[in-house]
Design a protein around this ligand. Structure first.
Ligand code: HEM
Length: 413
């Protein structure tokens, strides 16, 4: 329960007001310890914290594993605000996708997305990821003894996976990256480039030639276009889903890859086990996901109505984020949860892919791709380690959690 503070008017009337929790996610120093900071604040103040958003306004932050799990599946929360200002400019059609839609509309879109991803079985993802890591490590002219793992492996590999799944020609990967970069930057500095970028992405996607549309291997975009031709989706919905696959799959997987290397290569024994044993490697990736999820907070939700939760009243229209990272370290579920421990039991309970209707449909893809790429690195570079003098820096931001760079050395010490 958030503790109220008393203020008094000049007439002596008492006013109770919630103390806003100080959670400066845009501050690089805070971001480096934000998951534990949220847990500690929740232990002192209760599981529902009200905090100031980086660019104005307030939101609730839900902490603790039990409360977070139930909020993720709570039908009293919606993905759109019930108080939406009718005079405000409409959200661009490209961004009106699954993450801002509620059932039953959401259920219909989700079914089409599942069909569009059906081609990408674990075996195909594994083969794709093997091929990508082999090619990335064979790029001529790069000094293999030290390089930035984020810039040279994690992000390009994740981008290639996302583009291949969607069916974007690899020659266009740089354009996808540039659009993503502009969106991330505009989120960070508060400039609004979202509509302009959306127009460009939409024009690009709809302008892509429909190649070999009878072959499922052309990617999810071709499958979504086929669904639109059959009338199962409209064109706008199909385009928004293709864009969502690109944006939801790229940075998340890239951030997991770099944080997994940081966590796993820190211990020789673990790094060797990852190289040698597929099952142990899959479990190790799961612990990396738990300890350091690419989405530290969920995407936002809104109270549809006034309701009570954990002794606190949420008002209709209140914005809510769920602290996935802090839930994953809740000691009542994961003993010693604030420590990275490999191996660890009970990992199925982590919330890094969310829960409820919006649970990540790309979780299987992300797991297999990350395991394969990290294993590829561990086999090729048994001595890989983070450069000794490097100070880790996390990219500031509310929802995403990722390393800005990770200089590594691969020569023997
Ligand atoms: C390590 C990698 C990934 C992580 C940690 C991750 C995490 C998540 C989380 C937590 C959500 C739910 C957000 C919420 O409820 O507010 C989500 C949704 C989503 N993810 Fe992922 N994701 C990853 C990779 C991927 C990949 C590879 C794809 C696509 C191939 C993907 C596609 C999606 C989509 C489409 C949604 C929206 C689902 C919906 O609203 O119904 N994700 N992801």
């Amino acid at each position: 329960m958030s503790s109220p503070i008393s203020f008094y008017t000049l007439a002596g009337e008492e006013i109770l007001s919630d103390i806003l929790a100080s959670l400066p996610f845009m501050d690089a120093d805070f971001k480096s310890r934000s998951i534990d900071a949220v847990s500690q604040l929740a232990a002192a103040r209760g599981p529902l914290l009200k905090f100031a958003l980086p660019f104005g306004g307030e939101a609730w932050l839900v902490t603790g594993h039990a409360l977070s799990s139930s909020f993720l599946a709570d039908r009293r929360l919606s993905k759109t605000s019930p108080l939406q200002d009718q005079s405000a400019p409409e959200t661009h059609r490209l961004y009106r996708h699954l993450l801002v839609t509620d059932p039953p509309e959401h259920t219909r879109l989700r079914r089409q997305l599942r069909h569009a991803l059906a081609y990408w079985t674990s075996a195909r993802i594994e083969a794709l990821a093997r091929d990508i890591i082999a090619r990335r490590l064979a790029i001529p002219g790069r000094d293999e003894t030290h390089f930035d793992l984020v810039a040279h492996v994690a992000m390009p590999a994740a981008l290639e996976i996302a583009c291949t799944i969607v069916g974007i020609p690899l020659d266009d990967m740089a354009r996808i990256h540039a659009w993503n970069d502009r969106l991330t930057r505009s989120d960070l500095d508060g400039t609004d480039q979202a509509a302009e970028v959306a127009d460009e992405i939409e024009a690009y996607l709809t302008g892509l030639p429909e190649r070999k549309v009878d072959h499922a291997g052309d990617g999810a975009w071709a499958a979504l276009r086929r669904a639109a031709s059959r009338g199962d989706l409209d064109r706008r919905e199909a385009t928004a889903l293709a864009y969502l696959l690109l944006s939801a799959g790229y940075e998340t997987t890239g951030h997991l890859l770099s944080s997994a290397v940081w966590l796993l290569a820190g211990d020789r024994e673990t790094w060797r086990t990852v190289a040698a044993d597929d099952d142990a490697a899959a479990r190790a990736i799961e612990e990396c996901l738990r300890f350091n999820p690419s989405l530290e907070l969920s995407t936002p939700r809104y109270a549809r109505e006034d309701f009570e939760m954990a002794g606190t009243t949420l008002r209709k229209g209140d914005m809510v984020f769920i602290a996935l990272g802090a839930a994953n370290r809740d000691p009542s579920i994961f003993r010693t949860g604030s420590l990275f421990e490999c191996p660890r039991a009970g990992l199925a309970q982590h919330l890094s892919f969310g829960r409820g209707p919006h649970i990540c449909p790309g979780a299987g893809i992300a797991r297999v791709a990350s395991r394969t790429i990290v294993q590829g690195l561990a086999r090729r570079f048994p001595d890989l380690r983070v450069s000794a003098d490097h100070r880790l820096e996390w990219i500031p931001g509310l929802v995403m959690r990722g390393l800005r760079s990770l200089p590594v050395r691969t020569d023997s010490e």
